[in-house]
Design a protein around this ligand. Structure first.
Ligand code: SF4
Length: 352
């Protein structure tokens, strides 16, 4: 049964750094105060009431959990213990910096019920990390991922394509390295330039240019494809729409409230275009896909269908739950051509 995530934001708490892109208060929409024991218990209780029997996953997002004083970490985790024992809460997830984790820390967190640790890797290129003011190198991320895995916990890695000094090829190598280091899942947050950050000042001075929306989609599409090939879950692409982002806070960069769907939709467009290449331009055809992928095949505002047949000739999209999520079948005059995103698409990263 799919769990419901109970989020707690510990905005910027515990973090002694100032990465050039970061304004945690904007991203989390929180003032930075920590929830009390009572607030944590009450929040879990109230989510339990609305979860209709589904298990809960408690997640401490933002900030750097393991950089908080140990006593504060204990205070945050203590109220969750009884919910873990009763089975109401299935897992506890924390996010932190790679240089704030070692074997002893991971063991201590695991002993308090933490089963998933996400680290802000952002890049595995040391020059990009230095230019972004991260204060750690790629080796620290590899060591942290190894630590998490060795203790039997699930490891997540957040990557931020488009940072100063980054290139599509470097972003791709970053993904390759976190996969090799054992990440179980990743999130892609292409850079968004937030007002008031050092990155905003570089952008306004003309010293830095982020990926725009189209460039970000083109790159994330290839990163997503690589992750799918590696069997790695991509659990998020792009910052959440409700993250305090708006036209006043976002100056530039790759941001769209439904970025993940735009990216996934590109994979289906590429696959259908590839396997429908044999269909004459003026012929109607149908595309069959898994029911949960119909909107990805169609594209936002029917963009994919319009690009597949600019003349307006009909392309019918048919759901079929016998297909895998990544499969489509193109049918034309009784001929069927089946394709699979993972095995049939090939990208050349240098073309981004
Ligand atoms: S480590 Fe995380 S919380 Fe700290 S400044 Fe960087 S991005 Fe922000």
């Amino acid at each position: 049964m799919k769990a419901v995530t109970v989020p707690f934001f510990i905005s910027h708490q515990g973090c002694p750094h100032a990465c050039v892109f970061c304004d945690q208060r904007v991203i989390s929409g929180s003032s930075g105060s920590l929830p009390s024991r009572q607030q944590i218990s009450d929040t879990i209780d109230s989510w339990r009431s609305s979860a209709a029997g589904r298990p809960l996953d408690v997640a401490f997002f933002g900030g750097s959990f393991s950089a908080l004083p140990e006593q504060v970490q204990d205070e945050l985790l203590a109220p969750v213990q009884s919910f873990l024992e009763s089975g109401v809460v299935r897992s506890v997830r924390v996010s932190t910096r790679p240089d704030c984790l070692d074997d002893a820390t991971v063991r201590r967190l695991a002993g308090q019920g933490v089963s998933v640790i996400e680290i802000g890797v952002q890049s595995m290129d040391d020059d990009v990390l230095a230019l972004s003011g991260r204060g750690h190198d790629a080796a620290a991320s590899e060591a942290a991922l190894r630590c998490i895995k060795e203790q039997g916990l699930a490891a997540g890695a957040q990557l931020m394509p488009g940072l100063p000094g980054d290139t599509p090829a470097a972003a791709f190598r970053s993904l390759e390295r976190v996969i090799a280091a054992g990440a179980d899942f990743v999130r892609f947050y292409p850079v968004v330039v937030l007002a008031g950050t050092p990155l905003a000042r570089s952008y306004q001075a003309g010293e830095y240019r982020p990926l725009d929306l189209e460039q970000g989609i083109a790159l994330c599409k290839q990163l997503l494809h690589r992750a799918m090939r590696g069997g790695i879950d991509v659990i998020r692409i792009g910052l959440q729409a409700g993250d305090g982002l708006n036209s006043a806070t976002v100056l530039a960069g790759c941001w769209h409230p439904a970025l993940g769907q735009l990216v996934r939709s590109e994979l289906y467009f590429d696959l259908v275009r590839q396997i429908a290449a044999a269909v004459p331009d003026d012929a109607p055809f149908s595309v069959t896909c898994h029911p949960s992928r119909v909107s990805d095949v169609i594209g936002q505002k029917r963009r994919n269908l319009a690009r597949l047949r600019p003349s307006g000739i009909s392309v019918r999209v048919v759901p079929d739950d016998a297909l895998l999520l990544e499969e489509v079948v193109v049918e034309y005059l009784g001929h069927c051509f089946k394709g699979n995103i993972i095995t049939d698409l090939n990208y050349n990263i240098s073309e981004v």
